[in-house]
Design a protein around this ligand. Structure first.
Ligand SMILES: *Cc1c(COP(=O)(O)O)cnc(C)c1O
Length: 445
């Protein structure tokens, strides 16, 4: 460690006190890191097996043109995803524009007018609220100036289609509230949706055990109710994926965990074959479904990214643990707490001031390989309620499996730190952020 710390002192001008603190935090994490390595080893073999079982070969890197009929590579990618996630079918496409699109296509593909959708992990991620059409009475049902949203704000949303939307808050322990979920389900309930990761919230990611309990409860009430999961940031954090224990359908983004930093774009939806078929008619159109759609030469990147993903998630998880540990040693509240088990790769840190939050994100940007010399500023982003400051000096625009940090500028000023294609880089993100805050007098050491 000494050579490394000396190098950072001389080449990156990092303060010795910062390096001492980070080194101390890191040594306290050795046992946790070893457990993460065990999980990664299993996930890596699971992915390898999926490649082997599906006879992946170099012709799968080719691609077609036009309609994209019989695109062998596209089919291969989707078979590999099905194997990894233990499902009957998958849609994995570069023209799923992001995670929000994957989740929205799932919901809009499965729900019909008069059906009921129940979100059972509290208020969903900001961009999903604009998909649903902001629930009545929620604070999110207002514009920035405080006026209420009108019918024009709901065009094409879930509510615009006459789908009933309900939300069940998390319990006092910030975990799922099984009693409340049981009471909320009605004969009209078609989809029970869960969000695994934190989003811009202050709660731990929902554990696999809790996701499993909801799945058992809901399927115990009726097998016809579809249990759906927003699995963003959760892939390869555990040795089991939620579809393996019976979640019916699950969606996520390829510029997060499963893309392994190599996928240029895209999303995935995995699940029961009948559900995936319905969703495919929404994603393209009825009659066409999953049979068409060009992959634009992305199959090799998508496959290689998936192959590397367990190791990349390993790096991100260790970086998140280090960030949580360092900032909690400094007295900041962190979520999840430094010693908690993890179910996603996000580390939230409550900075309590806009100045600290923005400085933290700017420091992470300055630690990046791309655009390290620019300083991100808070700005209005489509689908988000408040201004957001985002550090993403990434090879792939907006990729948050790469080292990144972001924060909506609202009380109590929480920054979300995630990613790092290598642990060494994620660790440097933590070091650089602390060095910056220290030099600006925003923390004392
Ligand atoms: C990232 C994320 C999404 C999707 O976001 P995109 O930017 O559209 O990919 C959805 N839900 C959660 C919890 C997320 O973290």
């Amino acid at each position: 460690m000494t050579d490394y710390n000396n190098y950072l002192k001389s080449e990156f001008n990092i303060d010795g006190k910062v390096l001492d603190l980070v080194s101390r935090a890191e040594s306290s994490l050795a046992e946790r890191f070893a457990r993460i390595d065990d999980t990664t080893a299993i996930c890596q073999m699971k992915v390898l097996k999926a490649f082997q079982d599906n006879h992946i070969n170099a012709t799968h890197f080719d691609w077609s043109t036009g309609y994209g009929y019989d695109d062998a590579g596209r089919d291969a990618v989707e078979r590999v995803y099905s194997s990894v996630f233990g499902t009957e079918a998958a849609l994995v496409r570069p023209n799923i524009v992001n995670g929000t699109h994957a989740i929205a296509s799932t919901l809009l593909g499965l729900l019909r007018p008069g059906d009921e959708l129940i979100e059972v992990t509290g208020t969903p991620y900001d961009t999903l609220q604009t998909v649903i059409g902001r629930p009545d009475g929620s604070a999110a049902n207002k514009r920035g100036d405080g006026s209420l949203l009108g019918p024009d704000d709901f065009k094409g949303t879930i509510r615009d289609y006459g789908i009933i939307y309900k939300e069940v808050a998390l319990g006092g322990d910030l975990d799922i509230d099984l009693d409340a979920i049981r009471k909320a389900v009605t004969p009209k309930t078609r989809v029970v949706a869960m969000q695994r990761s934190t989003g811009y919230d202050w709660r731990p990611a929902i554990s696999l055990e809790s996701l499993k309990k909801v799945n058992e409860l809901v399927h115990g009430i009726s097998k016809d109710i579809i249990v759906m999961l927003d699995n963003c940031y959760g892939e390869f954090v555990g040795t089991v994926e939620p579809t393996e224990f019976g979640v019916d359908v699950m969606a996520g983004s390829l510029i997060k965990n499963p893309g392994g930093g190599l996928a240029l774009s895209g999303g995935y939806i995995v699940g029961r074959a009948d559900l995936i078929e319905q969703i495919s008619y929404r994603l393209t159109c009825p009659g066409i479904g999953a049979e068409c759609g060009l992959t634009f030469g992305q199959n090799r990147n998508v496959l290689q990214g998936l192959f590397l993903a367990p190791k990349v998630v390993n790096a991100a998880l260790k970086g998140a643990l280090l960030a949580g540990s360092v900032y909690s040693m400094l007295g900041f509240e962190v979520m999840p707490s430094a010693d908690a088990d993890r179910s996603d790769i996000i580390q939230a840190i409550k900075f309590g001031s806009a100045e600290r939050t923005v400085a933290f994100c700017q420091a992470v940007q300055s630690a990046s390989p791309i655009d390290s010399y620019v300083s991100p500023m808070p700005w209005d982003m489509p689908g988000y309620e408040d201004q957001v400051v985002m550090a993403a000096g990434a090879f792939v625009q907006g990729s948050s499996i790469e080292l990144s940090a972001d924060a909506p500028l609202r009380e109590p000023y929480i920054a979300y730190f995630q990613g790092g294609l290598t642990y060494e880089h994620s660790r440097f993100g933590v070091i650089k952020s602390l060095d910056t805050l220290y030099r600006k007098g925003l923390v004392t050491l």
